[in-house]
Design a binder for this molecule. Structure first.
Ligand SMILES: Nc1ncnc2c1ncn2[C@@H]1O[C@H](COP(=O)(O)OP(=O)(O)OP(=O)(O)O)[C@@H](O)[C@H]1O
Ligand SMILES: [Mg+2]
Length: 372
């Protein structure tokens, strides 16, 4: 799957552009603050309909403008489609093949995109939030309908939190809260099941890639951490509902005191291990980098399994953060795998690709093809 045409208007600091990206490697080169990440963000928007940066979609609109649009023509398994996303004062508008879509259908798999950026480089070190986001995005890439399940869970969570606060303020009898938890438990269990099923299929790729990258000295591991210590492998939806229900029962008094829900998928985490020990506290710098590199490459493999094609791979300035050896491994992988790649850099000397490459210069928001 790849973009054959790509354009945008009033998107962040980018001057209106239309380009025909290379089928394989697109290097976006420019100094700091020129708009390189913004370009990747525009591609990402076409897949996820939101940014990978924190913040609101409104912020994507160029200062002083009303509306931003991003458009691409995508070829997927020989079939060409178009997708357009507009950010307007009235919200987001999405059109597939020129037809507006109002809800998010399963065919959202129109464009799979994987981002490898600065946030990923600290996945093994920082708190659980980044890892949850990594997991949720990875699940979404292979099961787009997951976005609806996650949203339903979020709504149920908000509702329970509201009830907890009402009870705190004495406007609600705390005894009734348990009766309102059915939705939360049902949606929560579904979210957990998706994540667990994803991990089962993803883990073998990760273990293999990590071993390849590190020469097989120590095994890399990933576990799902949530709902207590017992393993959740092979759990059914009914098991997960029962477990979640039990944990909620236990937490209710604390939650009532605090005014928010302290248990459930929104608090869960991934456990990363190297040689059976927590990566966070035991891994060397090189091992941390090997780990995140393996996480990302495994994600591409997993998506390839799911859709029979490589996703569009966006690399935001990672080469300068990886050491020479890891960077060389990344480049070797990119050369050996298929798929379209967009890679930003301030200095092209970091990028050693033998495959066909187009270079785009990004300067003060203007994108131009480099000739020669
Ligand atoms: N809505 C907006 N309208 C106009 N300009 C914006 C908007 N949002 C961000 N910018 C500008 O975009 C620029 C940042 O672009 P971007 O993050 O793509 O830079 P970059 O080339 O990736 O730089 P670096 O190499 O430092 O990562 C900043 O100058 C910022 O002020
Ligand atoms: Mg950037």
């Amino acid at each position: 799957m790849h973009l054959v045409a790509f354009s945008a208007e009033h998107f962040r600091n980018l001057a209106p552009f239309r380009l025909e990206p290379h089928r394989r490697f697109n290097i976006l080169e420019g100094r700091n603050g020129q708009g390189k990440t913004n370009l990747l963000e525009a591609v990402y928007l076409l897949s996820a309909f939101r940014s990978f940066r924190d913040g609101r979609n409104r912020e994507l609109v160029a200062f002083g403008q009303e509306r931003a649009t991003v458009f691409a023509e995508i070829v997927k398994k020989g079939v060409s489609r178009t997708v357009e996303v507009a950010i307007t004062p009235k919200g987001k508008r999405v059109a597939l093949d020129g037809k507006a879509i109002t809800s998010l259908p399963d065919e959202l798999a129109h464009l799979s995109v994987v981002l490898f950026g600065p946030d990923d480089l600290v996945l093994t070190k920082e708190g659980p939030q980044l890892r949850r986001r990594f997991l949720d995005r990875a699940v979404y890439a292979v099961s787009p309908e997951y976005v609806n399940e996650l949203r339903a869970y979020g709504v149920a969570l908000k509702n329970r939190n509201r009830l907890l606060r009402q009870a705190q303020e004495g406007r609600l009898d705390p005894a009734v809260i348990a009766a309102f938890e059915k939705e939360l438990v049902a949606h929560g269990a579904r979210v957990m099941l998706r994540r667990l099923q994803f991990l089962e299929s993803y883990r073998p790729h990760f273990v293999r890639v990590f071993s390849e990258i590190t020469g097989g000295e120590l095994a890399g591991g990933i576990t799902y951490r949530g709902l207590g210590k017992a393993s959740l492998a092979d759990a059914t939806v009914a098991d997960l509902e029962a477990r979640y229900r039990a944990v909620l029962d236990e937490a209710r008094q604390t939650d009532l005191r605090r005014g928010f829900t302290s248990v459930g998928p929104h608090t869960h985490d991934l456990g990363f291990t190297i040689g059976g020990r927590p990566a966070r506290t035991y891994a060397s710098q090189g091992q941390h980098r090997a780990f995140v590199l393996a996480l990302k490459i495994a994600e591409l493999h997993r998506i390839h399994d799911a859709i029979g094609d490589y996703p569009v791979f966006l690399l935001d300035d990672v080469s300068s953060e990886l050491d020479e050896e890891r960077n060389a491994q990344l480049m070797r992988y990119l050369d050996s795998a298929g798929g379209q790649v967009f890679i930003t850099t301030t200095d092209r000397r970091w990028i050693h690709l033998t495959g066909d490459t187009a270079v785009w210069r990004v300067a003060e928001g203007r994108v131009s093809a480099e000739v020669g």
